[in-house]
Design a protein around this ligand. Sequence first.
Ligand code: RRO
Length: 325
Amino acid sequence: MHSVVSQDANGDGAAPQLAPADVDLSVQLGPLHLDNPIMTASGTAGLGLEMEPFFDLAEAGAIVVKTITKAPRKGNPLPRLSETPSGLLNSIGLPNKGIDAFIEKTLPLLAGKSRCLVVNIAGGCHGEFSELAGRLDGLPGIDALELNISCPNVEDGNLPFARDPDVVKDLVAEVRSATSLPLITKLSPNVTDVASIAQAAKEGGSDAVSLINTVLGMSVDWRSGQPGLGTVIGGLSGPAVKPIALRMCLEVKRAVEIPIIGIGGIMSADDALEFLTVGASAVQVGTAHYKVPDIVPRLIAGLRERLAGAGRASVREQIASMKVP
Ligand code: RRO
């Protein structure tokens, strides 16, 4: 039973208002339960610990760590970031200390700090994805894996895993057999038919899909001819990509029965609610961290206020109210 701010405080017979604190924000992503639908997007919140000065990690629905690979990686040549008027281009190149250092050094510091910890992994081949998944299976403190099949900044820029439904299905199936952890497959927008990739991820055994990773782009100084990124081409994120991300979430929702995590340009609670209105059950916030490092608790408070104002007792009511055809 939800309490109310006041029983007809104005005496005007209007329906009593919900208190924001009483709105139930919990969501279910297949086997994965989140206390609220606000997750950090991989790569934009470091390994999670870097965000501790800005908010209590336990406030987030889930913390998703920056991509972990089998071997340590130095990352791409500088510059790795290039700002554009409405978005951020990156070509970071998966710098990380590798799976051994993650398990031995980072995980003991991270475990138990968030309500839900999702480890994002990427391999150079199928075997590497499943090997990483196997190493992480059963380790205390890890709640799910996110398979990064969509990094745009690998050596050949070719997105070898993201574009072919047969490859995606086989890869996810191999990982599925290596772990009992819930699996989220992170999809690329740089494909023709994202729904067919989501369907393949589902058939391979993925419990959910997250989308979108960054959109291939570039910037250039026309005077010097110098590109903004050391690798010339990279991935665009931020407000510029939100309409693309909304469209792709809707395309997946229309075609595939699988929980969707919406990602792309979320800066406000209204942006988050837009994703929850076109089929997503949770969202990840990324580029906004660089402008508003405590965006996670702000979004959670904003969701509560807006849902209470709309008379929704739970975020699941909003998700279920989807009207977009
Ligand atoms: O590290 C990166 O360059 C990177 C990754 Br792994 C990713 O998934 N998406 C992105 O835009 N950059």
